[in-house]
Ligand binder design. Sequence first.
Ligand code: PA5
Length: 440
Amino acid sequence: DQLIFDDGMAGSLLRQHELEDLKAQLEAVDRMLDEKDGPGSEFLGWLDWPAQLETTELKQIQKVAEHLQGLADVLVVIGIGGSYLGARAAIEMLTPTFGTLKGMEVHYAGHHLNGEYMTELLAYLENKQVAVNVISKSGTTTEPAIAFRLIKEMMERKYGKSGAKERIVVTTDAARGALKNLADKEGYETFVIPDDIGGRYSVLTPVGLLPIAAAGIDIEAMIRGAREAQALYLDQPILDNACYRYAAIRNILHRKGKTTEILATFDPAFQYLGEWWKQLFGESEGKDHMGIFPASLQMTTDLHSMGQYVQDGQRILFETMVLVADNGQELLIPDTGEDDDGLGYLAGKPVSLVNHKAMEGTAMAHMDGGVPVLKITIPKKSAYWTGHLFYFFMKACAVSGYLLGVNPFNQPGVEAYKANMFALLGKPGSETLKEELERR
Ligand code: PA5
């Protein structure tokens, strides 16, 4: 069993010698990662993290998750960006959309500023047994801070101060930030986000692992998958290494005008994998006026909305399909002995076969229409392979960002809206900017 990266449908825009031509650059990137001396290397903690994560820490995360499961049915995960997208991706991929859950029912807050959503969530939580995991590395991000203030008040009203304390877990920096101070003051159970791991590279730390474990997913298997990915993508010869090949081919296509990459999946449960992936690549590469614009589509849903554009719109696209080899439990199209709906030719065939043929048909149509198609296939949808996939994409993103010539670990651009928002809200200290913005 292995992750398979297939560039056989990249079309005429990719010639094998171009990969050979990039080999020296890839080796230089490999050295930078190895020697940790490239731009932003103070944030390379995620690179060795799976192997370094202590069993005792993993067990402690599991223990706290079980404690919360014992106290509550619903977990509210409060966080934004890298502080929630990885957990949400894994939870949506690996827990049932309908029916009985093995772990807690998870809801999200602090990932936007919409009051109506929060009003509805608070009302919904009124009659539930609730636990909370508030996650913020800086501990000062406005969206989760507002959500936590609202939810903390609700929890203390519902359970009293000490009952609420039992049910609130904080994941934040070891020493800094308002959330750290609050956690110390209130005596909340706390997990630390390592200094050298940025938000979008943090899914395999307590940031992702605690909510994922609370949702009933096997985090040991997830870390095992990531660990094996770490070893594999460290050792393989560079041009046979799926991580490096994917990163190199993205850059080759980008240099030829393919400025948008679509991550396409064929399982509705993969929607948030797309959201996590977009943040990872968008925030890592979109800087210095460069970078591929990452987009995501769910198939076959979006073939009935965005399919027209992909097939026929501006030729600035390439597509990366994330596929799963094992279809899980097969569902057969009923053989009714009738053909009124015109589906007699499919009677008795699995739905997964139709999905697979739709994928093959789409890949060929897009390739013929001038959209290079790359395929990443994992053997099955499991905690182990999700851990592997997370690591694969994080490493590929770092390699790709270095090939592009940017620092893949900072995000200076996200400050611009914040400065304006704070000034417009009248935050003390921003009076001059407030005046200027209000004049505009
Ligand atoms: O990847 C990142 O660094 C960001 O997306 C952060 O995760 C996001 O802004 C949330 O920050 P914090 O965890 O400090 O609240």
